[in-house]
Design a protein around this ligand. Structure first.
Ligand SMILES: NC(=O)C1=CN([C@@H]2O[C@H](COP(=O)(O)OP(=O)(O)OC[C@H]3O[C@@H](n4cnc5c(N)ncnc54)[C@H](OP(=O)(O)O)[C@@H]3O)[C@@H](O)[C@H]2O)C=CC1
Ligand SMILES: [Fe+3]
Length: 367
């Protein structure tokens, strides 16, 4: 009873090829979004549901059956059900023997259960090949297509063939699979969505270290050194001048760190003579957080702009300018008075004396 609609036209698979059937258990938000995306990418979808007749809003072209009927239609089953409701699977253990079960579930708290949801699933259905995937992709991102922020799908599992098949699906959906190893890694993967900004940790620490280093370097050069050698107190520089020197240095250093891993990767590929070998972990991680490094660099550049705009209105700068003006006005009026004096005009009885004061006050007001 398969319907075809514009929604379900294959984008990446040749329509003459036989469509691979994938089963999705659960017709909730995530199940529906994933089902629609997979239909669009050329898969044939069978939903498993507690109430196949009641299920509404399902994408056109998908079949809805009971859990046991749906399980028989495919050897790969994606579980879009919360962990707390996994119990019903124990009745299906026979049916699920040898099948690939994809666990996409998340928890509400970090380390909520002693074992990961994927490992729990593997215990419930020992005959199935459990693979963890998709938990870092939201239903909204799948629907809206706004996947730029979360293209990465972390995949792990004990059976390499099963894992490979899931990674193929991930690629077909236009996402990037990242092999995280065996099912033990599931616990960490399940914690990712609960950690605030996981990819921001390294860039954040790095920029903090850079700032502290350059700040102390500038303090030594511009505050401690003048104090020791000239007994000059320049501590006020620590508020604006020095940070305004640190921000652009940090921004440029971070920008360089955004481009550097690409160059290292290119050199490594040339050296190895192939682009099909994994980069070392440190380079992989560095490449993955380039966007964050770039955004922090942009933040520093922005701070540099604000501080640069603030500098001319600072008391110290205004005071220096005023002093300079007063000195200049005094000098010119002295020269002027001197030349008048030379011509025999009595300085203190002439109107120029008062005039000189006015010029000085006017200049101060202007500056
Ligand atoms: N929503 C999201 O953005 C994301 C969700 N996930 C994970 O996907 C899984 C599903 O999430 P989501 O679709 O949002 O959740 P929903 O609550 O929208 O859907 C859960 C589905 O589970 C099925 N189900 C099976 N047994 C039960 C039961 N006893 N009680 C209630 N429902 C049951 C139901 O389908 P039916 O009625 O057809 O039987 C239900 O629609 C969760 O594990 C979640 O952590 C992961 C990443 C993102
Ligand atoms: Fe500048």
């Amino acid at each position: 009873m398969e319907k075809t609609s514009a929604d379900s036209l294959p984008l990446t698979v040749n329509s003459s090829e036989k469509q691979e059937t994938v089963c999705i258990f659960g017709t909730g938000d995530f199940g529906r979004s994933l089902g629609l995306k997979m239909l669009q990418c050329g898969y044939s979808i069978v939903f498993g549901s507690r109430n196949p007749r009641m299920s509404s809003l399902l994408p056109n072209g998908a079949e809805v059956l009971s859990y046991s009927e749906a399980a028989q239609k495919s050897d790969i089953i994606i579980l879009a059900v919360h962990r707390e409701h996994y119990d019903f699977l124990t009745e299906l253990t026979e049916l699920l023997n040898g099948k690939i079960l994809v666990d996409i579930s998340n928890n509400l708290k970090i380390n909520q259960y002693p074992e990961s949801n994927a490992e729990y699933l593997a215990q419930l259905v020992p005959g199935a090949h459990v693979v963890k995937a998709f938990n870092t992709i939201s239903a909204w991102a799948l629907q809206s297509g706004a996947l730029d922020a979360s293209r990465q799908v972390f995949v792990c599992g004990n059976d390499s063939k099963a894992k490979q098949r899931v990674m193929d699906i991930v690629r077909t959906l236009g996402l990037t699979p990242l092999d995280q190893g065996s099912l033990i890694a599931a616990k960490e993967i399940e914690n990712y969505p609960l950690q605030l900004f996981p990819m921001w940790k390294f860039p954040f620490y790095l920029s903090a270290i850079l700032c502290v280093f350059f700040f102390f370097y500038c303090v030594i050069r511009e505050v401690i050194y003048p104090y020791v050698y000239e007994k000059k107190d320049s501590t006020f520089r620590m508020a604006i001048s020095i940070p305004n020197r640190v921000f652009p240095i940090a921004a440029l250093t971070l920008l360089a760190l955004v481009y550097l891993p690409g160059v290292i990767a290119a050199v490594l590929q040339l050296y190895r003579g192939t682009k099909y070998r994994r980069f070392p972990d440190w380079l992989d991680h560095w490449m993955l957080c380039r966007k964050q490094l770039g955004l922090i660099a942009l933040g520093f550049a922005f701070l540099h702009v604000i501080y640069t705009l603030v500098i001319p209105i600072r008391y110290y700068v205004r005071w220096t300018l005023r002093n300079m003006t007063i000195t200049q006005v005094n000098l010119y009026s002295f020269i002027f008075s001197y030349s008048l004096n030379q011509r025999g005009i009595l300085l203190h009885h002439s109107p120029f004396h008062n005039y000189r004061k006015k010029i000085t006050l006017l200049s101060i007001f202007i500056f």
